[in-house]
Design a binder for this molecule. Sequence first.
Ligand code: NAP
Ligand code: ZN
Length: 396
Amino acid sequence: MAKSPETEHPVKVYGWGSRNSSGVLAPIKFSRRATGEHDVQLKVLYCGICHTDLHVVKNDWGFTQYPIIPGHEIVGEVTEVGSKVEKVKVGDKVGVGCLVGSCRQCDQCTNDLENYCPKVIWTYGSVYTDGTLTQGGYSNLMVVDEHFIVLWPENFPLDVGSPLLCAGITTYSPLRYFGLDKPGMNIGVVGLGGLGHVAVKFAKAFGTNVTVISTSINKKKEAIEKLGADSFLVSRDPEEMKAAAGTLDGIIDTVSATHPLSPLINLLKPHGKMVLVGAPAQPLELPVFPLLTGRKTIAGSGVGGMKETQEMIDFAAKHNILPDVEIIPIDYINKAMVRLVKSDVKYRFVIDIAKSLRPEYQLHSFMKFCMKSCVVILSVFVTFILCGIIFRFMSS
Ligand code: NAP
Ligand code: ZN
């Protein structure tokens, strides 16, 4: 008989995850492998909440295997290292992003593009080399091959910095790869959420002029005054969009839901490039004519390799690029997910795992459940007695 997630490995772990596509997360006990010779074990301190976590929990993309413990913007402290580990030592602060394994031999891997390896192993929801499902950072402890560990720059904030491990690399990589990092270029960022606001910060650090293209007019003031964007377009205002036609060299589209591409393509100059990084569940409609007339490019990009992720974190530390976050305890997670759906967060939730995730929390939840049950039983009992008294009173 197959072992359960709680018994398949020797190291007992606890976290919050989902058992079905309801979108609701709850405490889960599971297990992790013992630290192998190339492995690093870390105590998780903080973990950002990416919209991908929500897509996966709700099975938006149709391939989630439950139970699933999400989280791929993980920072922590090394608690144990395998005998052959050279990169880190116990006590070091480290990060773990979206991937924890790849074949390490193919063309992609040998070119530091493990993220495009056909056998890439994602931090959660992938089958690991031992046949078990990987589980993410909404948990107290991780065990990760040292190759997939990011060294945390000294004095760089752990809590605020954690979203860079996904939101950071996912936007940094296409800006670099597609040459959208040249000073003076006009760059559009579509969707001012977790990824979008970090894209604005990197694009500004590269010296480009940034236009935010958003559905939410109420983000305009902050986008310009706080994030440093140069201009702001409301994507649902056709007149505004039309007036800005042909002005952008490149666009990073981070939108998580279905949306029209045509008005965005029209914003590009001839030879402009639009890179999709958002991952809506449904296909987007692609109008061809605006691409042909102007030799425009539409492309996609997925996170980044380990070398580039380290480069991105070091660049962020050097230029003091930090996400804007709202730190939450783990038991706020379900409310946070509801707010994330409504784009009601500026701009990334980060879970304070070390402070709020404890085994006794599960006991606490159980006691809450018992107390709630007692209140319900007591209310029924009191109602019953009251009805009895009223009945007696009326019949006497
Ligand atoms: P997020 O924080 O929820 O931000 C998404 C933004 O998209 C929202 O803030 C909103 O911005 C805009 N938006 C939402 N619904 C929209 C709609 N119906 N029409 C137009 N705009 C809409 O999400 P995130 O964490 O940044 O992730 C964004 C997407 O990237 C997700 O699909 C995620 O799975 C994907 N992702 C991809 C990669 C990759 O490797 N390619 C990595 C990480 C995440 P405004 O309010 O400004 O309009
Ligand atoms: Zn992510």
